[in-house]
Ligand binder design. Structure first.
Ligand code: G
Ligand code: G
Ligand code: MN
Ligand code: NA
Length: 250
């Protein structure tokens, strides 16, 4: 309750912050995109994870305001970057239903004179569960504006495959849980490989997430992804650092 109340003032008190994590080209190691990941700098609790406060924001009808702040802030940041990297923003299912995401995106892009193809919207399979027709309509509007669309956490939900027929995304991001289990069973590699082939055969770009170790990288390199993301290439950070300007060693 109290945290919920505090959250309602967090935007005005300037307590929300975006961290940025690099997403690199899997062949060259060059940075292509930064994913914006929200944090709440709580005066007493310190950095609060979105895992904790996004559900609160959804209950308290604050998700629309926070979502708008995220898109605005991410576009403003991208407009200041020294290279035309894309910025990728997570949009939760309730935000997708409650706010006019295409209008918010259009306003933020215009305000910051940012080309629409610099913005990526990441959604998870769960946006299709409640109102698939609306979700497809919203995605189509974003597509017509030139915004890129990514299906996040792919493979972690159920009946993931049917969603690939509902809307043609630009890319799928393979859920981190697969990479985490790489060392545990050889089946995991088979599954990751199959997802990558499926994505490529559908003409989609495929990103693998949660790459933490050189061992994982060595295995994943064999598969042939388009992009990779994970602590090995860079952790989410409040500002871009010198290493963000270097190529990852692949
Ligand atoms: O950055 P971190 O690993 O703590 O993120 C945890 C979860 O919060 C992830 O599922 C991520 O997609 C989600 N998340 C991060 N930033 C945002 C945001 O700005 N909006 C929404 N809706 N979810 C976010
Ligand atoms: O659900 P989504 O994919 O948007 O969540 C991304 C979250 O994963 C971010 O909050 C980020 O902090 C976290 N993350 C990014 N790279 C890694 C990684 O290599 N290992 C782990 N454990 N988490 C990561
Ligand atoms: Mn994401
Ligand atoms: Na993800």
């Amino acid at each position: 309750r109290q945290l919920e109340q505090e959250l309602s003032g967090a935007i005005d008190r300037d307590e929300l912050q975006l961290f940025y994590q690099p997403i690199v080209n899997a062949k060259t190691g060059e940075i292509e995109t930064f994913e914006a990941l929200i944090r709440w700098r709580h005066p007493v609790r310190g950095l609060v994870s979105p895992v904790e406060f996004i559900p609160l924001a959804e209950q308290a009808d604050l998700i629309a305001a926070i979502g708008q702040w995220v898109i605005d802030t991410a576009c403003a940041a991208a407009a200041t970057w020294p290279k035309p990297w894309r910025v990728s923003v997570n949009v939760s299912p309730s935000q997708f239903r409650q706010s006019d995401v295409p209008a918010l995106a259009a306003a933020a892009l215009a305000r910051n004179a940012l080309d629409a193809n610099r913005l990526v919207i990441e959604i998870t399979e769960s946006v299709f569960i409640q109102d698939a027709a609306n979700a497809v309509d919203v995605l189509s509007r974003l597509r017509r504006q030139g915004v890129h669309l990514a299906l996040d956490d792919f493979g972690s939900g159920y009946s993931s495959l049917s969603y690939l027929q509902r809307f043609k995304f630009d890319k799928i991001k393979i859920d981190q849980s697969f990479v985490r289990r790489l060392g545990q069973s050889s089946d995991t590699l088979t599954i990751i490989h199959a997802i990558a082939n499926l994505g490529h055969n559908l003409g989609l770009h495929v990103t693998v997430e949660g790459v933490e170790t050189a061992e994982q990288l060595a295995i994943l390199k064999e598969i042939g992804f388009d992009q990779m993301q994970g602590y090995l290439f860079g952790k989410p950070a409040p500002t871009l650092t010198v290493t963000d300007f270097e190529q990852a060693r692949l």
